[in-house]
Write a protein that binds this ligand. Structure first.
Ligand code: SAH
Length: 249
């Protein structure tokens, strides 16, 4: 193919063509695309069964369309088990990591959950399915663009029991404390004291700890308020940046 026009012009033309193609997508094609994505989702979820994840968690993963939580250009790879870029240098966690964290938290109907790091809103949506209509997820995000991204994604997928809050989540979120469960989806230098305080006696928290060497830690607070910690394995997360986190660089 001969290319006579400059790169700038070509780019504009390509964009126009893509727009035209998208506009021309018929309802039948849209339905087919949705069906293909759903088949990929089922394939991914069954491939996670080997991890020994609870049935409820796998069902919740089936109910949440991850492709609605990634930038449009990444839709086709939304069901590959890997983290994906969501802008601002941040990532949506890999599905197996979401599954493992939800599994460790033993999420159940009616619980009040705090998430630190809303990102795309995907993990919050999955937790929302596990705690049902009578439960609530409060998810805190420090970057405004991502808080808006999460809100949009949660709205279009009908996740009504999830609230996105724009704050420094290393301080927790005292307005709705204490929480039955806390899920931290960014890595902390050490476990932030406010999060330990805002966890209910009998509650559970999962949190990655460390910088280059990170470990996923499960925290249990017993009925008397005593704290127990268990290391669950090595992980890779983006940093928790804030007062009880890392410094912004
Ligand atoms: N749970 C997300 C993954 C988010 S990645 C999802 O399902 O898509 C981690 C997120 O933590 C990033 O969006 C980052 O901006 C956010 N983050 C980092 N430090 C934070 C802080 N102190 N408070 C709130 N969010 C924070």
């Amino acid at each position: 193919m001969t290319r006579e026009k400059g790169p700038g012009k070509n780019k504009t033309e390509k964009k126009t063509n893509e727009t035209e193609i998208r506009e021309k997508e018929t309802p039948e094609e849209e339905i087919r695309e949705e069906e293909e994505l759903e088949a990929k989702r089922r394939g991914l979820v069954s491939s996670l069964a080997y991890l020994g994840i609870a049935e409820e968690v796998l069902n919740a993963l089936l109910l949440v369309p991850r492709h609605e939580f990634v930038p449009a250009r990444l839709k086709s790879v939304a069901y590959v088990d890997t983290p994906l870029e969501i802008g601002c240098g941040q990532t949506i966690s890999a599905p197996h990591m979401v599954a493992i964290m939800c599994d460790l938290l033993e999420l159940a109907e009616g619980q009040k959950v705090l998430e630190i790091g809303a990102g795309s809103g995907y993990n919050a949506a999955v937790m929302g399915k596990l705690i049902g209509k009578n439960g609530h997820v409060y998810t805190v995000e420090r970057l405004e663009a991502l808080a808006e991204f999460a809100k949009t994604n949660l709205k279009k997928t009908g996740s009504e029991n999830v609230t996105v809050l724009l704050e420094d989540g290393s301080l927790g979120y005292s307005d709705f404390a204490p929480y039955d469960r806390i899920s931290v989806t960014c890595t902390a230098p050490e476990i932030p004291e406010p999060l330990l305080e805002q966890l209910k006696p009998g509650g559970l928290m999962v949190i990655p700890v460390g910088e280059y060497f990170q470990e996923l830690v499960l925290i249990k607070k017993d009925k008397n308020g005593e704290i127990f910690r268990e290391v669950k394995g090595r992980v890779v997360f983006v940093p928790l940046i804030g007062r009880y986190g890392f410094r912004d660089r």
